[in-house]
Write a protein that binds this ligand. Structure first.
Ligand code: GLA
Length: 630
């Protein structure tokens, strides 16, 4: 027998002198579950529409438009004021002072307050969001030469960021001003080394950078994580039980893609989106391989929508619908970045497509998983709470492309009807086995799908990424993800050799794929479902009433023959339930099973088990056909 089934009572005896086991199961869900983001937050933000030229009239007009158009009822509730709201930090007591010339209702005496504005938004049934920076200065101060509404006054008065004022500012934002969301940017810990021109000229104080967008190795990952964690703790203290959203804005730097899920409710995975097709691809690509790193409570944020502007304006309906469909499928927060005073029916029909919004807001919280991938066409599949699915067929190119959708992509039976409902045209059709469609240039065909599931009595793990947390993913050192489209950025153009931003996360755990862009394959046998991860990993899986765990385990064929074996363990609420033999490279996958009937958290541990190691990379460990069964 190649697997052991232990009756749930085996405790490993650990000698007292042994170092703590980094893969020790905890029996609990360790990703962030504080704050309130059971589904991706939705709403509006001032930045893409107005940059820092934000004022009360613009904010309230957009808020009113959300209510009047019915978008608020669809879920667009957060109205977020981005950079540009502050006048200064008062030197006598450190209190932040609002630019009341632009926010007249905040002129409440010597201590300006956003409370009248947040009260008004709350009375409209909306929620209010504010913006700050983890350093002493904001992005606008550091990076924008002609930034409207720069903070004014002395050097100290212009230090409007959270650094050194975390408790005071968070208390002000949440306890006094009643905000419901905060977006915390990271420019202050990125752009102010001692030799920065604006530091040398005396404009700002130096702050040794913690993150370097061009060097993962040069970033102080633990240091920047600590600062963001302290802000999260302050929000918990000062929100007094009111629901809140903590939005991290570190643009994929400092390896935030590996820890943002443990700290905040949403976390930016890339630098700023622009109203450009190529840039939308970049931002999309930073979340595509990260489905396991997003769940209810903590979402991958591909940045705000640019639907309505530039390459996604009214003349580019195909591109606008693609951008929106993809953000919905990948569970990126749907935050409108358009001046809603100008909203026309054509755009409202996009933001207001209730069936598309419903995919993003589906309570299961499963980010869509890549079922087919080329530089030209991608097929994303999302499993919904009721067991049905959605599929997006996306043409990245500027010319028409054929795409074949198969029942296998959907993990549905090829022998029965698969029914498709086009969520843009509302047409319905069905197919068996496979169907071919033509995608126009830049088009995304988006369907709700029902049919007979291949696994009738359970769910594959890769169908439920929202219930899986890669607590330890085994990546020895963060590496940049080479699959991300390198776009021309408006701020650099084609000067120099290209942007070379280092978005970490390469080699992480992935549904239906092995790490480092490989397919699941063990001893020559391919698997189209499973979880690929590195040895030295621990996955936490929330069990929603299933009674059995089953998988085929082995070293993926992308590993190395000369390297040591991997042992696979299944734990239930902190107790060892099953353990595989030591699986060597080239050995056929072996079955592993465990009874999880009363278990709440299943943990899947893959351990390197002695032997040689010829590479810095751990062996890739494959949980093929992993499933929770009734
Ligand atoms: C950064 C953020 C943007 C926006 C600006 C404001 O660039 O990524 O989303 O908040 O700062 O200055």
């Amino acid at each position: 027998m190649s697997f052991v089934l232990l009756a749930g009572m085996l405790a490993l005896s650990v000698p007292a002198w042994a170092a703590p086991d980094p893969l020790a199961p905890s029996g609990r869900w360790s990703a962030n579950s504080d704050g309130h983001a059971p589904v991706p937050p939705m709403g509006w933000n001032s930045w893409n529409a107005f940059n820092s030229d934000v004022d009360e009239e613009k904010v309230l007009a957009s808020a009113q438009a959300l209510v009047d158009t019915g978008l608020a009822r669809l879920g667009y509730r957060y109205v977020n004021i981005d950079d540009g709201w502050w006048l200064k930090r008062r030197e006598s007591d450190g209190r932040l002072i609002i630019r009341t010339a632009h926010f007249p209702s905040a002129a409440t005496g010597p201590d300006p307050s956003f409370r009248p504005l947040t009260d008004r938004l709350h009375a409209m049934g909306l929620k209010a969001g504010i913006y700050s920076d983890i350093g002493r200065n904001s992005c606008g101060q550091i990076y924008t030469p002609d930034f409207k509404n720069q903070p004014e006054g002395s050097l100290a008065e212009r230090e409007v960021g959270l650094y050194g004022h975390v408790d005071q500012d968070i208390r002000l934002f949440f306890a006094e001003w009643n905000f419901d969301l905060i977006k915390v940017d990271g420019c202050g810990v990125r752009g102010l080394p001692a030799d920065a021109p604006r530091v040398r000229s005396g404009l700002y104080r130096a702050l040794p950078p913690l993150v370097d967008m061009q060097s993962l190795g040069g970033s102080d990952v633990a240091g920047v994580r600590k600062l963001y964690t302290e802000v999260g703790e302050a929000i918990r203290r000062h929100s007094h039980g009111r629901p809140y959203v903590y939005s991290l804005c570190l643009w994929g730097a400092g390896d935030v893609r590996s820890w943002g899920k443990d700290v905040g409710n949403m976390s930016r995975t890339s630098d700023d989106i622009q109203p450009l097709w190529g840039r939308m691809l970049t931002n999309l690509d930073t979340v595509t391989h990260r489905a396991l790193y997003a769940h209810p409570g903590s979402w991958n944020d591909a940045d705000m929508l640019f639907v309505g502007t530039g390459d996604f304006d009214q003349q580019h309906g195909v591109e606008a619908r693609s951008h929106f469909s993809l953000w919905a499928m990948l569970n990126s927060p749907l935050i409108i970045g358009y001046d809603l005073r100008k909203l026309r029916p054509q755009l409202l029909a996009i933001f207001g497509n209730a069936e598309v919004v419903a995919l993003n807001q589906d309570p299961a919280g499963n980010q869509a998983v890549l079922a087919y991938d080329s530089g030209e066409v991608q097929i994303f599949v999302k499993t919904l709470a009721d067991g049905s699915k959605a599929v997006a067929l996306f043409n990245r190119t500027g010319a028409a492309r054929d795409a074949i959708l198969t029942a296998d992509h959907l993990k549905m039976l090829p022998s029965s009807d698969v029914r498709l409902r086009d969520l843009w045209s509302k047409e319905e059709r069905s197919f068996r086995g496979e169907t071919k469609m033509q995608l126009a240039a830049h088009e995304t065909r988006l369907f709700r799908v029902s049919g007979d599931r291949r696994l009738a009595d359970g769910l594959y793990l890769s169908e439920q990424p929202g219930r899986i947390n890669p607590a330890v993913d085994g990546i020895p050192a963060p590496l940049p993800d080479p699959t991300i489209h390198p776009s021309i950025t408006p701020w650099v153009g084609t000067r120099g050799g290209g942007e070379h931003v280092q978005y970490g996360g390469w080699g992480g755990a992935e549904p239906d794929r092995a790490p480092y862009g490989k397919l699941l394959r063990v001893a020559g046998k391919s698997y189209d479902t499973g979880i690929g991860v590195l040895a030295g990993s621990r996955l936490e899986v929330r069990n929603a009433g299933f009674s059995q765990f089953a998988a085929m385990v082995g070293v993926n064929d992308s590993g190395r023959r000369a390297d040591g074996p991997v042992v696979f363990e299944v734990w239930g609420d902190g107790k060892l339930l099953a353990r595989s033999a030591a699986m060597r490279f080239g050995a056929a996958a072996a079955p592993i099973k465990a009874d999880i009937a009363k278990v709440r958290i299943v943990e899947l541990v893959a351990r390197a088990s002695g032997g040689t190691r010829t590479s810095a990379m751990p062996q890739p460990a494959t949980w093929a056909e992993a499933a929770l069964l009734k």
